[in-house]
Design a protein around this ligand. Structure first.
Ligand code: SF4
Length: 417
């Protein structure tokens, strides 16, 4: 389905960056993701690339990261960045002097004028235990205007099940410090369907979160990713996964409580005060191009000839540090996805959005008439089942469709595999 590096030998991230940067028809890339891999400890459900911070590799990491940012900068073609998202890992574990270096480097290599004028978005993921007035002041000065905090739960028993190490009281404290520092755009991450969690427990987490008066919430059901400690414990029978009916009740409760509090669902798992949606994540979900730096970070670039490029950086910090290549991204997978693969991704992410999909427009580039008819037939079946509705030319999830969004997308994707 996609062309991998061995079949397109001679290509490298360095060559692609140079070729796109020197092509006058290239689109300026205006979104940037940076991955900071350090954490206090490994939470049992987590499959993001992260490692326990021993403080001895932060300095070489930031030096390597800055060289990668310098190598990527020509792809913005001098246009102001619209969104930056620094995630991880636990970015706020980075020592403040290194944060100062990173923010300074970003300003040197990229145009942050939109972001600093309040017309863009610059998010940093924050562990509430790491919140301090000094760090938040530094982030503010560097143009950061949005903090995304990992709360996951306010119940110590459920945090323990997740092996998530923070004191629930640190969350309201961090929110207060963020407000004192001038942040108005605050998001909290929550997890539901934790083994042993009741509907009442979940309602208490929602109440505590909404009482904080924040502008954005991301709530995901616990998933058992391969190779995580949580999945190994499940397989050993140490606990039972949450019952599916209870998970549905939790989802419905979350929708009701968030809606009552004035936060609108704009994606299956994301709620925001209108106007406070995460512009960076919307760029991903709407398949816009983005740059990516740091170990395991994935980039998506558009080619003016109509194709696109994807790559994922080497995930291990040691490998990332070793491979320099004049700062260019050390890619593990380099792909040029074909139109069917791109369409599959657009359907997978677009269907989860409140706006839904303009299927005929998306299919315009698909020349296979039979395939177009098959996709339209799946849409009609789902409309007949009341999982999708056609509104203003878009296919949108209905209330019951929101409960089966991934399975529903799977029916379209089966035709594209
Ligand atoms: S803090 Fe976040 S990135 Fe780090 S191990 Fe826990 S879930 Fe994973």
């Amino acid at each position: 389905m996609s062309t991998r590096l061995p079949q397109i030998s001679g290509f490298s991230t360095a060559k692609i960056v140079q070729s796109l940067a020197s092509n006058p028809g290239s689109f300026p890339v205006q979104s940037l993701y940076i991955h900071i891999p350090f954490c206090f400890h490994k939470c049992h459900y987590c499959d993001f690339y992260s490692l326990v911070d021993t403080r001895d590799r932060q300095v070489p990491f930031v030096a390597r990261l800055l060289s990668e940012l310098a190598a990527l900068a020509p792809l913005s073609r001098g246009a102001p960045l619209r969104t930056i998202f620094i995630g991880g890992g636990t970015p706020t574990l980075l020592a403040p002097p290194l944060w100062a270096e990173l923010l300074d480097g970003l300003s040197q290599h990229f145009d942050l004028s939109h972001i600093k004028a309040g017309r863009g978005e610059f998010t940093v993921e924050c562990n509430p235990e790491t919140a301090s007035p000094e760090l938040f002041a530094l982030l503010q000065q560097g143009g950061v205007d949005r903090l995304s905090m990992g709360a996951q739960s306010f119940n110590p028993k459920h945090l323990k099940t997740l092996e998530r190490w923070h004191d629930p009281a640190s969350v309201p404290r961090a929110v207060g410090l963020a407000r004192d520092a001038g942040f108005t755009r605050l998001s909290l991450d929550l997890i539901f369907a934790i083994p042993g969690q009741t509907l009442t427990d979940w309602e208490q987490d929602l109440t505590t979160t909404l009482d904080l008066g924040i502008t954005h919430i991301s709530c995901y059901a616990l998933t058992y990713e391969p190779n995580t400690a949580m999945t190994a414990r499940l397989k050993r029978g140490q606990f039972q996964a949450c019952d599916e009916d209870l998970e549905v009740e939790m989802y419905e409760l979350m929708v009701d409580r968030c809606t009552d509090a004035g936060l609108t669902r704009y994606e299956v798992s994301n709620f925001a005060v209108p106007g406070q949606e995460c512009a960076h994540n919307l760029a991903y979900w709407q398949q816009e191009p983005w740059l990516a730096a740091g170990p395991s970070a994935s980039a998506h670039l558009l080619d003016p000839a109509g194709g696109s490029w994807r790559w994922k950086n080497l995930p291990r910090l040691d490998d990332y540090l070793k491979k320099s290549d004049a700062g260019h991204p050390p890619a593990r997978d380099l792909e040029a996805p074909d139109p069917r693969r791109l369409l599959a991704e657009q359907i997978m992410t677009g269907l989860r959005l409140r706006e839904g999909l303009d299927l005929p427009a998306l299919c315009a580039g698909v020349i296979d008439t039979t395939l177009k008819e098959q996709l339209a037939a799946v849409a009609h079946t789902q409309i007949a089942r009341h999982h999708l509705a056609e509104r203003e030319g878009h296919l949108q999830l209905t209330e019951s469709g929101f409960l089966f969004a991934d399975g529903l997308a799977g029916e379209f994707l089966a035709l594209l595999s």
